[in-house]
Design a protein around this ligand. Sequence first.
Ligand SMILES: Nc1ncnc2c1ncn2[C@@H]1O[C@H](COP(=O)(O)OP(=O)(O)O)[C@@H](O)[C@H]1O
Ligand SMILES: [Mg+2]
Length: 508
Amino acid sequence: MAQATFEEISASDFFYRNRDIAGFTNPSRAIFAAIRELVENSLDAAESQKIPPDIYVRLSFEAEATKDTQIYKLRVEDNGSGIQPRFIPSAFGQVLYGSKYKLKQMRGTFGLGGKMAVLYGQITTHQAAYVTSSTGQAKIYSFKLMIDIQRNRPIILDRKVLINKDQWRGTIVEFSLEGDYLRAMPKILEYFKQTAMVNPYANLTFVDPKGRLYKFTRATTEMPEPPKETLPHPYGVDVELLQRLIQITPYKTMAEFLKYHFHRVGDITAQKFLDFSGVSPSKNPKRLSHEEIVRLMQNLKRFKEFLPPDASCLSPLGEELLRAGIEKELKPEYLVVHQRKPSTYAGHPFIIEVGIAYGGEIPKKGSFVLYRFANRIPLLYDEASDISFRVINSMNWRRYKVSPDMPIAIVVHICSTKVPYKTVGKEFIADRAEVRREVANELREVARQLQHFLSKREHVDREKKRLGIFAKYLPKIAQFSATLAGKEKLPDVDKLIKSVQKYGAEET
Ligand SMILES: Nc1ncnc2c1ncn2[C@@H]1O[C@H](COP(=O)(O)OP(=O)(O)O)[C@@H](O)[C@H]1O
Ligand SMILES: [Mg+2]
């Protein structure tokens, strides 16, 4: 019998072989995913400095590739933080390398997106990528890069240093890739529109291969508070994390170890927890056996008195900005937005923000138009698998006198340090009981307010109709009755109409 042969592959090689799982499924999805990943990086880079983002995206035609696909050059330019030159090659040439493996809300999570785009470009066009960046200091650095897929390392083909005369700050990424723009176009344009909706403080410009310009202008320069980094919450830890913390901790007692490495643990809580789990507060964490670490992890999850995580590591949009974004892009007649207080799943804090918009420019589609966002990223694929879609479909809308054939758009935004995505392509939110409950409560709240608005409007409409009838017939009745009674002077009906009008206005 033939012997099995074993080999190890690098992270790059893994994603090279399995690009589907990162969203690079076909030439149309790939071009969408590449744009999206680079725009997300640019938004993160600007927001981390509280700079209102200015992002310029250009996709230009280079050559025909196959019957349905073309080679395009993609260029994304931003005014974000910039990257220090020593990190540039790995940030764009080494899969699973990044600055966002932190416990705070960010769009990037895996250290993967930008590289997947570059990798896809490389394997479809065999050309290098160009990255130019400056942090606003004296110099601008420019790299020509490829990825060594087998070793998962960047290959630097060229490096230039320029004088930064104008104190430019930002990043420009440019590379070629194969794609099917025509098929991807609707999704790409929808992506920009929705990104503008949930980032109303950003200027987005997109020039497509036909030279058409799409511009989304900011409605405000107000930005949400940037998130603060947090410590792991005791309910979210596992044995691996405990072991890593024990390895690096400078603290010599369990009491200090708990207090300084975990979120929401102070002296008193640490003491109570150690009593509860029968561990001495003065025990050195480095002396814990493997069994003791496992028991510690189980007790951390069992102990009921840890306070829930606070939300300083999150950066929701807030009701005002969400309102501004929806008004700007959807132009509804009526809009109600609502933000719930923070909640948690498996030790990860999250906040749900919801908006419901009615009428105006919202089309009647026969079903609600659903806009889904996670950490200010629009989610455009796999709607039917998403938690929000399921909640909306299981709600009894008739109770709120709302029906799917009305022109209604529903916006659901989840922010979390760990958004429960089902895939690394970040397409939809998994069905978790805690998240489902929050989304459902939030939707009921805005549905109630919409119901209130609709019934008020119905009443006003009815009143208007009634007044219309009065205004039409009263003068005639006055005339007839004056003639019948043989009077010359007509009674003053204006006063009468006004008084009914006033009554109607007061009542609504
Ligand atoms: N436009 C940009 N401006 C500043 N830094 C960037 C930019 N694009 C990427 N980076 C840096 O490169 C890293 C890797 O990006 P990426 O591969 O998309 O992974 P992720 O965004 O998940 O961390 C980021 O963590 C960030 O530090
Ligand atoms: Mg990224």
